[in-house]
Design a protein around this ligand. Sequence first.
Ligand code: ZN
Length: 436
Amino acid sequence: MTSVNFAVHADTIIPVSGTQSVLNNYSIVVQDGLIKQLLPSTEARQLKDLDHVELPGHVLMPGLVNAHGHAAMTLLRGYADDMPLSAWLNDKIWPLESQWVSSEFVSDGTDLAAAEMLLSGITTSSDMYFFPDVSARRLRAAGLRTQLVFPVMDIPTAWAADAREYLDKGLALNDHFKHDDLVDIGFGPHSTYSVDESLLSQTAMLANELDAVVQIHLHETAAEVLSHVEATGERPVDLLARIGLLGPRTQCVHMTAVGNQDIETVAQYGAHVIHCPRSNMKLASGTCPVKKFKDAGVNVALGTDGAASNNKLNGLAEMQAASLLAKLESKDPTAMSARDTIQMATLDGARALGLDHVTGSLEPGKSADFIALDFTHLGMEPNHQIESNLVYANLGSEVTWSWIAGKNVVKNRQLQTLDSDALHHKAAAWRGKLSP
Ligand SMILES: [Zn+2]
């Protein structure tokens, strides 16, 4: 696909907008990277002066939004499993990172992550990791729409020596990408247990000045909340509220260890929650009460977290896990329907990232960020209900085509912006280097 003007004809479209949740025998018409219109296929096939892509047996939908991740950690997939969060971080991940993380590590790991995300339908990703300048370049080169939240901390790493350098480099990154159509920059203080109050306050001030987003791991485990309360007498979310770091541009990642008062606080300040069900389950961190947050009016998005704690970056698998876990957690099978889950993985994710005017649904004028899924395999039969199949019966491998800002990034299951063979070779080299 080289043309900037084209039409894709499929059996079904899930637009995540408008009054109809499913449009049968419809097409998407794209002009100059934007969605021009959704039309019945009989009409769209008559259009002249554009390329036509026929995808029988396929469903078209908005690309998925992965609202929280650490792409480069894909090189640590399966390196340390079956451990609780604190031991996993302190005994395994942080020591390994201090030894190995470099611009080369981040470049190769991010490319691998980008490939996996694209092939599972993710078109927008958020990333929090060292060398965010490298991640931003690599994710952009892969064609992904990206929110990069740069690390804010006061621990020397290969990327920055102290808090001043983290902030200086992050702000320079923000300047560099100020007018970029695919990359947005925000602040990524890791957590309230790894960043002290004065640096969090400074982050709040700078983020307010720049009107930038802030993403932070928050209330990830009960132990984290308990130790903070014991040390300070305050709950972590209340600390953020007190210092001006909780608001409509704040993305609270995890939120598993919460009481009703925490849910009310997040709702009152208009902050967003990013739910990472597979990471929370694997680390046995806890369960985010998604239904309670949504009932309180809080926007909840979906994230994979890093491949070191998931262990995959598959947008379809994450949707499936989110819906099932919400039902189990609330003991209510109606807690999160297939339709609710699809919206969480698309439009609500875009909303959390402040990008819902650009992406997250199929509407004229929005960016042409959409995917095609092959629904012809036996595991989908007899295909009574498209949305149900998409969430509950997906194998995670249905995505065949993907476009971001109208650019074709996956074609017939083949990556168009990354070299699969080169990725295998680089991964093998890192397996050799990192082997314990
Ligand atoms: Zn994380």
